[in-house]
Design a protein around this ligand. Structure first.
Ligand code: SAM
Length: 293
C-alpha cells in the first residue's frame, strides 16, 4: 500500500484494489474486495460501520501504518480477516473468533432473526439444541432472539467450546446457554423444540482444492467425511428421537442438497430462500423424520 493514502475513503479504494490484485478470496463474512477492505480498515481504526462520514477523515501516520500492516498480512498469509482482527459479525452481533473455530457465516442467521417463522410455530420457553456450536454464534443469536428459551450447544472440540464460552459470557446469556462437549447427540437428555445445526459438510477430497483461506479453519469444522454427509446423515437419522412433538430440525448442508434428498427420499425437506444470500439449509418437521419419537 502506498504511504500516500490520505483519507479513509482513499485508503479503502487503494486497499480494495490491492486485495483484488493479490487475488484474495472473500468468503469469510464479506463477498467482495471493497467490503473486505472496509472490514479491515474500519476495525483497525475503531470506526462504526454506519459512519459514512468517516470517508473524509484524514489518517494519521500511525493509523495508516496499522491498516497497512493488517492488509499486508491478509495478502501474504491469506488468513481470513476475522482471525486477523479477532472478531466476526453474525446476526448483527460481534463474536470473538480465532483459528480454533469456523468463521461465522451461515445463512441461518436470517432464519434466527425470524425465529424460524413461518415454519416453526412460536412457543414459550422453547428448548433449542445446537449441534456443533463452534464460536457459539448460532446458540448466542438464538438466546437473544428467544429471550425465554433455553439452549443446549454442543461441540466435539474442547478448543471450540472455550471460544464459545467466551462469546456466551460476552453476550450475557450464560444462564440460558449450556455448553456440552459431546459427539452429536451422545448423552443428551430430554427433547427439544428445535434442533439447529451447521455441521461439517465439505467432502474430504474437496478441501485441498479450496482457496488457501479455508486452510486456516479447523479441518474438523469443515470436512464431513468422504462425501461430506457422514455427520449430516447421522444428525437427520437420529433427530426424531431428540425432538418434542411438533419440533423441527434445521440442518445446513451447503451444496449437498441433492445428496441429502437422495439419502432420505421419503423426507419432505423444505429449502428456504434467503434475502441476504446463501442456501442449502433444510427444514423438516419431527413427524416427517425417519424413526419414532
Ligand atoms: C461448520 S462448524 C459450525 C460452527 C458454528 N456453529 C457456525 O455456524 O459458525 C461445525 C462444528 O461442528 C463441530 N463438530 C465436528 N464434528 C462434531 C461431532 N461429531 N459432534 C459435535 N460437533 C462436531 C466442529 O468442531 C465445528 O465447531
Amino acid at each position: 500500500m502506498p504511504a500516500t493514502a490520505g483519507t479513509v475513503g482513499e485508503l479503502l479504494r487503494e486497499a480494495a484494489a490491492e486485495l483484488e490484485a493479490a487475488g484474495v478470496v472473500c468468503a469469510h463474512g464479506t463477498a467482495n474486495w471493497r467490503d473486505e477492505a472496509a472490514a479491515i480498515v474500519y476495525h483497525a481504526l475503531g470506526l462504526d460501520h454506519a459512519e459514512v462520514a468517516a470517508y473524509a477523515r484524514v489518517l494519521t501516520a500511525d493509523e495508516r501504518q496499522r491498516c497497512a500492516a493488517l492488509l499486508a498480512r491478509r495478502i501474504a498469509e491469506r488468513q481470513p480477516a476475522p482471525y486477523l482482527l479477532g472478531e466476526a459479525w453474525f446476526a448483527g452481533l460481534p463474536f470473538h473468533v480465532d483459528s480454533r473455530v469456523l468463521v461465522p457465516r451461515s445463512p441461518v442467521a436470517e432464519l434466527i432473526a425470524a425465529r424460524f417463522e413461518p415454519w416453526v410455530p412460536p412457543r414459550a420457553r422453547a428448548r433449542i439444541l445446537e449441534i456443533g456450536t463452534g464460536s457459539g454464534c448460532i446458540a448466542v443469536a438464538c438466546a437473544l432472539a428467544w429471550p425465554d428459551a433455553r439452549i443446549v450447544a454442543t461441540d466435539i472440540s474442547a478448543d471450540a467450546l472455550a471460544v464459545a464460552r467466551r462469546n456466551v459470557v460476552r453476550h450475557g446469556v450464560e444462564d440460558r446457554v449450556q455448553l456440552i462437549r459431546t459427539d452429536l447427540y451422545a448423552g443428551l437428555a430430554g427433547s427439544f423444540d428445535l434442533i439447529v445445526t451447521n455441521p461439517p459438510y465439505v467432502p474430504e477430497g474437496d478441501l485441498e482444492d479450496m482457496p488457501p483461506e479455508f486452510a486456516w479453519e479447523p479441518r474438523a469444522a469443515l470436512v464431513g467425511g468422504a462425501d461430506g454427509l457422514v455427520l449430516v446423515r447421522r444428525i437427520v437419522g437420529e433427530a426424531r428421537a431428540h425432538l418434542a412433538a411438533g419440533g423441527w430440525l434445521a440442518v445446513e448442508v451447503g451444496g449437498g442438497a441433492a445428496a441429502l434428498e437422495q439419502a432420505f427420499p421419503r423426507v419432505p425437506f423444505i429449502w428456504p430462500e434467503f434475502e441476504q444470500g446463501g442456501d442449502g439449509i433444510a427444514l423438516v418437521a419431527a413427524g416427517d423424520l425417519p424413526g419414532d419419537n
